[in-house]
Write a protein that binds this ligand. Structure first.
Ligand SMILES: Nc1ncnc2c1ncn2[C@@H]1O[C@H](COP(=O)(O)OP(=O)(O)OP(=O)(O)O)[C@@H](O)[C@H]1O
Length: 260
């Protein structure tokens, strides 16, 4: 019998109000294990607020967020949600510029060690192997001894993603990860996200439609705090309401690449 792909995250009728203004209105969102999902929509659609709700930065006014089916994280604090396995990456990388790439990864690793501290000697080889694997995955093996401040913008983003992965999140939330990247870096990031989604679930808020087209299998479109459309990029692009919503509402900065 074919096993039903399991849902790792379920947002049910989430509403967020800021001083009476509904930034998100009755939003439903389901994410499967090992899924890479793109969340798109015009400015102010409520995308970032949804990520804020999932990671506990913002408490919803109404609705529920369930992790792994039964863990209600709706009212949990940000650090508790992070510990449960939901990692959030913001646009500006929070890496240590004066430390090397390797040292940055070491710090991320030690943050995760906690209860294993007493087993450190035994863990060390295993840790090292995990860090080397992580370095390879983010494509920074050759720059392991570089100070992180010398890395390009894209490489800094990959380093932070690598640091987050060492915390072993089950869900990774990313806000516009390719903003400011070169086309080559953007493509490498798309490949990295696919590699990550082999083991974890990933949600990416994105404005760069060329990037979404190249790397998305399933896309969720939000508009005015609500779910407008969900489906493949072809289905989304062929939808009249989506076209209408995007028409004339593109951000000027993205106009060169954005043609949704
Ligand atoms: N802390 C806040 N206080 C008041 N209003 C807010 C707050 N955060 C977001 N908003 C408003 O909620 C709406 C949704 O914002 P949000 O940032 O989630 O949209 P978005 O889809 O991520 O947009 P963008 O693509 O521009 O980042 C916007 O109108 C925004 O001004």
């Amino acid at each position: 019998m074919k096993e039903k792909a399991s849902i790792i995250l379920h947002c049910n009728a989430v509403t967020v109000e800021f001083d009476g203004f509904k930034a998100v209105q009755g939003m439903d969102f389901e994410l499967k294990r090992g899924e890479l999902r793109f969340l798109i929509g015009p400015n102010g659609a409520g995308k970032t607020t949804m990520l804020d709700v999932i990671c506990g930065k913002v408490r919803p006014t109404a609705g529920k967020v369930l992790f792994k089916g039964s863990v209600d994280i709706t009212r949990k604090k940000e650090h508790a949600i992070a510990e449960l396995g939901i990692g959030r990456k913001f646009q500006t990388p929070s890496i240590f510029h004066t430390l090397t790439v390797f040292e940055n990864l070491e710090i991320a690793m030690s943050q995760n060690r906690g209860v294993f501290a007493t087993l450190r000697a035994r863990m060390r080889n295993e840790d090292r192997e995990r860090m080397m694997n992580q370095l390879a995955m983010i494509g920074l093996e050759a720059k392991a001894q570089w100070r992180a401040g010398r890395l390009s913008h894209g490489e800094k983003q990959w380093l932070e993603i690598g640091m987050m992965l060492l915390q072993e999140p089950e869900i990774l939330l990313l806000d516009e990860p390719v903003a400011g990247m070169t086309d080559k870096e953007t493509d490498k990031t798309g490949e990295l996200l696919h590699a990550i989604a082999k083991k974890r679930s990933v949600v990416v808020v994105e404005h760069d439609m060329e990037f979404v087209r190249n790397f998305a299998s399933k896309v969720t479109v939000m508009h005015e705090g609500k779910l407008l459309k969900e489906g493949s990029m072809d289905e989304v692009q062929g939808d009249d309401r989506v076209a209408e919503v995007y028409l004339g509402k593109r951000r000027d900065a993205d106009a060169g690449r954005t043609t949704a």
